[in-house]
Ligand binder design. Structure first.
Ligand code: APR
Length: 311
């Protein structure tokens, strides 16, 4: 069987690191595309020259154009500008909207069966836009952030509970912005609710730290935003799609009816497999979490309304 193919658009920090993770895992061959001439080609060549040492047979090529992306199984979109200190993800809206639109227009007919994993920010609005521009069924366009925000939450839970991160399951729902919703009632250490292990104050503290997890990193980096955890999250989603593994993860999906929300993309628990979002899982939320989810979805909706006028 031919190896599967992932196109990664954007060969910057997130895209190149995602590409590296994919080839090193031997998950799929990669086509790395970037608008800057030579940028993706140079990075791809560099990665290929690590294959002998790392021991992978997967191939990666770079390009400024899209011919090589034909018949991709998954398209990860990281193209766009990243945040600088003092910027919110929403400040990227107008620039990234144009970029994401052009990426979708250039890929959608070439890879009629692909599932899109959107990473560019502001994430939920970009995923909504990619879906609108692609004309694809909504299940084939999914956004990355729930996996990332949950892995940030898991990191802080493990640190505070002084336990192995391998035993932590964390859940963050809602949009990928300041109003995201860490959900302690569905976050556990090997099945034990974190509320039995950590004080209310500690949970409140790590909830806040999770919501601003990206900004904390931007503040340190100064010239860009996070990419190790974002690339790992995008690749985990691509893997669930390629391997048809029915992973249950929080992801930015098209919600229409579930959770009392309508016609909006936002972070909810989903089953992810070769079809993309196979199913949205509706879980019972405490009133507090449910209200926060609705508020967060409203914030996303406002951005989505703006975005349609920005492109
Ligand atoms: N087509 C292809 N690539 C493009 C296009 C385009 N139209 N426009 C920009 N790019 C490329 C840039 O040339 C750059 O190499 O996208 C890449 C973005 O890389 P970085 O600036 O390093 O940004 P990165 O940290 O990877 O973040 C990318 O993901 O997490 C989000 O907020 C982040 O929106 C940002 C995106």
């Amino acid at each position: 069987m031919a190896r599967q193919k992932i196109t990664v658009v954007g060969a910057g920090n997130v895209g190149a690191t995602a590409a590296q993770r994919i080839v090193e895992k031997q998950l799929a061959d990669v086509v790395l595309v970037d608008i800057v001439e030579g940028f993706a080609k140079g990075k791809a060549l560099d990665m290929m020259q690590s294959a002998a040492t790392e021991g992978f047979d997967t191939k990666i090529i770079g390009s400024e154009t899209y011919e090589e992306t034909n018949d991709s199984d998954v398209i990860i979109v990281t193209a766009g500008i990243a945040r600088k200190p003092g910027m919110s993800r929403d400040d990227l809206l107008a620039t990234n909207a144009k970029i994401v639109t052009s990426v979708v227009e250039q890929t959608v007919e070439r890879s009629p069966n692909a599932v899109y994993v959107i990473v560019s920010n502001p994430l939920d609005a970009m995923t909504f836009l990619a879906w609108k521009k692609s004309g694809l069924p909504a299940e084939r366009v999914v956004g990355m952030a729930g996996v990332l925000d949950s892995s940030r939450y898991a990191c802080f839970i493990a640190e505070e509970a002084k336990c192995s991160i391998k035993d932590v399951r964390a859940m963050v729902l809602g949009g990928h912005g300041d109003s995201m919703v860490p959900v302690p009632e569905y976050s556990t250490v090997n099945g034990i609710p974190i509320e039995q292990l950590l004080s209310k104050e500690t949970i409140e503290k790590i909830n806040e730290r999770t919501k601003h997890g990206g900004a904390e990193i931007v503040k340190y980096l100064k010239t860009g935003s996070a990419y190790y955890a974002p690339s790992a999250s995008a690749v985990a989603m691509a893997e669930a799609i390629l391997l048809d593994s029915n992973r249950l993860v929080p992801a930015c999906a098209y919600v229409n009816g579930e959770y009392g929300l309508n016609d909006v993309y936002c972070g909810v628990p989903v089953i992810l497999n070769k079809n993309g979002v196979e199913k949205i899982i509706e879980i019972e939320l405490r009133d507090e979490s449910n209200d926060a989810l609705h508020k967060s979805a409203n914030d996303v909706r406002e951005l989505c309304d703006k975005i349609l006028t920005a492109v």
